[in-house]
Design a protein around this ligand. Structure first.
Ligand SMILES: O=C(O)C1=C[C@@H](OP(=O)(O)O)[C@@H](O)[C@H](O)C1
Ligand SMILES: C=C(OP(=O)(O)O)C(=O)O
Length: 408
């Protein structure tokens, strides 16, 4: 799919895309208690999670997910491009006992599994250190010690796994990265009858009294941020509906504050994210290690600022769907933006953004970054269907916000 974008002013009202992180968690929650997800718009990654719970024995009728028998571990599971689903599922498979070949698409096959392999040594074996691999064995005790510097997704997975078997303990070897997603998991599980506490680098999971989840999938700030920044760079204003109220910890929703710090009007009121552009944007310095998905969102606004933006905490961006240090920089450069990077940071300089032509590098957030840059001076994005990984409504939503977009 090729998308041709003409310079446009992006304005109006739009519903936030459904959260990929919440969507996957609420589908996997059906392993614990039933889940009824109203108006589920299933992205590629949520579809992967649906297939996983189905294979483990959950009955799926439309968007109603109910476990009606003992869970089983299949001989084969496919995870597409979803590292969240993969890395949350391996702990669950381990606590149930597995003899399962797991695989994913070409992007997922490149992503590391070192921390989980090391943590499960002695209980669960892996035939290979990357996908495809066969995992065999069962976690014998409800305790795991795991490095926190590779991915928070394993830790979220162990919270689910120990909730499944009535309790357990997770010791995280610092540094603890992407903490915001651990908090998200703890808050969600506890809101549904779980009993999970984090004290320093330890997580204590007690037996829960779980209740069904019946409701919508909350809105996704990181995915919605591309609508917001498109509006800011094109002199518009936008209301993004169905967002959750800001919690008392950092996370993907911190983008609201970052856009305000960069000079836009950006605030949340009554589950709506209000964004208005301003003539004077300025660069910021930010460490994204706790919310890595915000790097493309911040990079989309940075070239239009009057001062440089410095993005730190970028080490793990190299092992996302693409090496985002490279793909963010290459995409910006193709739109005439001056950008530099080293091991520790990406620096994006004020630039006169020109028309660009990119091929999505199998990374949904990079196509979304390119779309923002295109609203200023035009642009072409090939393999634009890559946005379906997280937001199949992305192009349709931008058209509804007056984007002059031709889809071929
Ligand atoms: O738990 C989650 O939902 C996610 C965790 C993050 O991954 P890491 O914990 O590997 O940084 C993030 O990049 C991903 O898009 C979603
Ligand atoms: C990295 C991402 O997702 P995942 O880790 O689930 O593949 C993302 O959505 O940017």
């Amino acid at each position: 799919m090729l998308v041709e974008i003409n310079p446009s002013k992006i304005y109006g009202k739009v519903k936030a895309p459904q959260s990929k992180s919440f969507g996957i968690r609420l589908v996997l929650y059906s392993l614990l208690k039933e889940s009824k997800l109203d108006n589920l718009i299933s992205s590629d990654d949520v579809n992967v999670a649906i297939n996983v719970v189905k294979q483990l024995g959950v009955s799926v009728e439309g968007t109603y997910f109910k476990r009606e028998k003992e869970l089983v571990t299949p001989k084969f599971l496919y995870f597409g491009g979803s590292a969240t689903t993969l890395r949350m599922s391996i702990p669950i498979l381990s606590i149930l006992g597995a003899d399962t070949i797991i695989d994913g698409d070409e992007t997922l096959r490149k992503r590391p599994l070192n921390a989980i392999i090391k943590a499960l040594e002695g209980s669960v074996s892996f035939s290979s250190s990357s996908l495809p691999t066969k995992i065999s064995g069962k976690l014998k005790e409800n305790f795991v010690r795991i490095e926190g510097g590779e991915s928070s997704q394993y830790i979220s997975g162990f919270i689910y796994a120990f909730s499944l078997v009535g309790g357990g303990e997770i010791e995280i070897i610092p540094p603890i990265s992407s903490k915001s997603y651990i908090y998200l998991t703890i808050e969600l599980i506890n809101s549904l009858g779980g009993n999970v506490k984090m004290k320093g680098n330890k997580i204590y999971v007690e037996k829960g009294d779980f209740k069904p989840y019946i409701g919508k999938v909350p809105g996704d700030y990181a995915l919605a941020s591309f609508y917001a920044s498109s509006s800011i760079v094109s002199g518009g204003e936008i209301v993004i509906e169905d967002v959750y109220e800001l919690p008392n910890f950092d996370g993907d929703h911190s983008i609201v504050n970052f856009y305000e710090m960069m000079g836009a009007e950006s605030y949340v009121k009554d589950n709506k994210w209000i964004v208005k552009s301003s003539e004077k944007l300025n660069g910021i310095e930010v460490n994204v290690d706790d919310y890595p998905d915000l790097a493309p969102s911040i990079a989309s606004l940075a070239p239009f600022s009057s001062s440089p933006t410095v993005i730190k905490g970028i080490k793990r961006l190299k092992t996302k769907e693409s090496n985002r240090v490279v793909t963010i920089s290459e995409t910006l450069s193709k739109f005439g933006v001056k950008v530099e990077y080293d091991e520790d940071k990406i620096i994006i300089y004020p630039s006169k953004v020109k028309a660009g032509h990119v091929i999505c590098p199998n990374d949904h957030r990079i196509a979304m970054l390119a779309s923002v840059l295109s609203f200023k001076s035009g642009g072409i994005i090939e393999k634009a269907e890559c946005v379906n990984k997280s937001n199949p409504n992305f192009w349709k939503d931008l058209i509804s916000l007056n984007g002059r977009i031709i889809i071929r």
